[in-house]
Design a protein around this ligand. Sequence first.
Ligand code: HEC
Length: 216
Amino acid sequence: MAPAKFDGMKDDDMVEIHSNLGREKHPPTKGFLVAPLIFVFGCLIFVCSIQLAHSTNSFQVHPPQEIVELTEEEKEALRLERKLDSGKKIFTSKCASCHQPNGLGIATQYPPLAGSEWVSANPELITKIILKGLKGEITVKGEKYGTSPAANMVAVPINDREIANVSTYVRNAWGNSASEVFESDVADIRTNTAGQNEQWIGEALQSEYLSGASTE
Ligand code: HEC
């Protein structure tokens, strides 16, 4: 006699029970709609940023230069150019105050490097002078320098690479044209002269490296 049980339920009760059931179901439905939306937007943002990163060179301010294959000759020319550029900067900051930016020096005080036989001689000479300095009388381009004790050159405290760069620059600036000076050779000379604290004596270096080249 089951149907008899329901006979007591009024239509109004039925409607209320059902509408209650319906209400209870709504909140989960809302959640199901929002979650996939967030996911889809997330994916969109992700894909867009990857695309953006690709099209803007990974957000680099300066895009990488085009990769150009250089020949061995071009690489060598570039290496030398950089060495000379570096040498010029070192010259400007460490030597030009005395020898002047144009390499002409100052008469009777600072000898010229432009056209100097000292500069273009065996590269050991200029290396030694920068490493330890120079004192005493010397002759450069037929003119005497170092005649007073005040006109000395003290050692220039720079590293082997800087000496190689600045010497190479000086040997090829202002019309000079002499061979490149290498860092490894500078290092050897530094080691061999490590015990020497005094400046070189002008006359001694002159007769060792320039015998016959000076006018005296
Ligand atoms: C404070 C001044 C001064 C500075 C800085 C200086 N020199 Fe000299 N330099 C002299 C003087 C002075 C002589 C001459 C010394 C002598 O007569 O005994 C000389 C001599 C030389 C000589 C041999 C003579 C010649 O004219 O060729 C060379 C090479 C030389 N310097 C290179 C350099 C280089 C390269 C630098 C920089 C790394 C440098 N000097 C920095 C003052 C300076």
